[in-house]
Design a protein around this ligand. Sequence first.
Ligand SMILES: Cc1ncc(COP(=O)(O)O)c(C=O)c1O
Length: 462
Amino acid sequence: MATMDTAKLQEQAIKHLWLHFTQMAGYDPDKHPVMVRGEGIHLFDSNGNKYMDFLSGLFTVQIGYSHGEEIGRAMLEQAMELPYYTNWTYSHPRAIELATKLAEITPEGINRSFFVSGGSEGVEGAIKLAREYHNANGEPMRRKVIARQIAYHGTTYGALSLTGITSIRTPFEPLMSGVRHVAPTNPYRCKYCADQGSCNLSCAEEVREVIEFEGPETVSMVIMEPVQNAGGCFTPSAEYHQRVNEICKEYGVLHAADETICGYGRVGEWFGSIRYDYKPDIITCAKGLTSGYQPMGAVLFGDKIADALLEKEAMYLHGITFGGHPIVAAAALKNLEIMEREGVIENVRNNQDYLRDQLLGLKERYEIVGDVRGAGYFWAMELVKDRATKETFNEEECNVLLRDFLSPTLLEEGLLCRADDRGDPAIQISPPLITTRDQIDEAIAVFDRVLPEAQNRMAKLH
Ligand SMILES: Cc1ncc(COP(=O)(O)O)c(C=O)c1O
């Protein structure tokens, strides 16, 4: 593969490009490769280095990187037929076909799609749709939203208000009023039941307590990911989402599943809410909808909401110029077709236990791995200072462990995954849904090289 002029690209990047969530002062080109090509589950940088992408871009590239020609052809055909039209007032075939396809694969009762351009916009849309629903029902006081601590729901103002990560909220406060954050499900450190060995659903009951405290007539929506990403794959107990769903119904509150990551096969079903067997009123999604080949998100919602708006002849006062863009919708349709044709969700189902067992093997071999949790192809390894006490690393130690050692070393080893400390420090592993057992073994071999050194370094610090 021809390499590019990396020095020139990096010089221009430093001068002109501002990276997302990136400290640009002291930008080190070695830590920020320029990715130029993708193939299967691999990426190649401008120096010709090859990486296994065990983060799927950003939890996005379900089908891997090799379908550009097929998806590109579908987009080209669409561009020649109708390159752009809006979903404001009028429609076009691709948006209709995509909405119809989504009604087929979403949980029963979710039959409507409102298209947007990404995950944050999906969450914004859900906040407003929930208000419109309550307005139509004559309950305009219902404006408050309950989300979870440490959860990430996006960065635009409304979505950021639901995000429960203090460090990225505080610089922008005051945010949208009326948002409350409850405990996430974290079986490893749950304040209610971590020492009891099983979930007693107190975390779900906390939702009830907050609704009661706020006054049910003021609460609009509860929003949660089926498996919470930030904090490191907080999986729920089997009954958690069902209980939250019951509580929402009891108090007339809408239940939204933010499936920006969990949707489109990530946890072994089309949607996480299918895997955990509950029926949300709203699903927000993005990422895997197009496998990232084009930017698209959606607010998918149930008949209950649609019927309320239809009955009141109410409009959903919301619109996005590019929502449902025909070329983007053509890419999404082709992505879903490829996912079905190539059996990528079946691949996750066939290999998810294997991936889990290999990660548990790492935990057996290395004391620094305190917990392994996740579902499907969506996993995290929480790193601890002391496995017996579950003592975690302080901020300075996290810097040494994650930023100075793990992130650059995994990159050097050609493995892309995320060392994250938005909650307690964890390594996030989320490979494309086409990843094979051999490729899982390759990634585990990298961890077998890197984790002993991580352990040694941290031991020396004490
Ligand atoms: C659960 C969740 N919600 C919302 C978002 C925001 O999506 P976007 O970055 O497309 O705006 C993300 C992004 O990672 C996410 O993980």
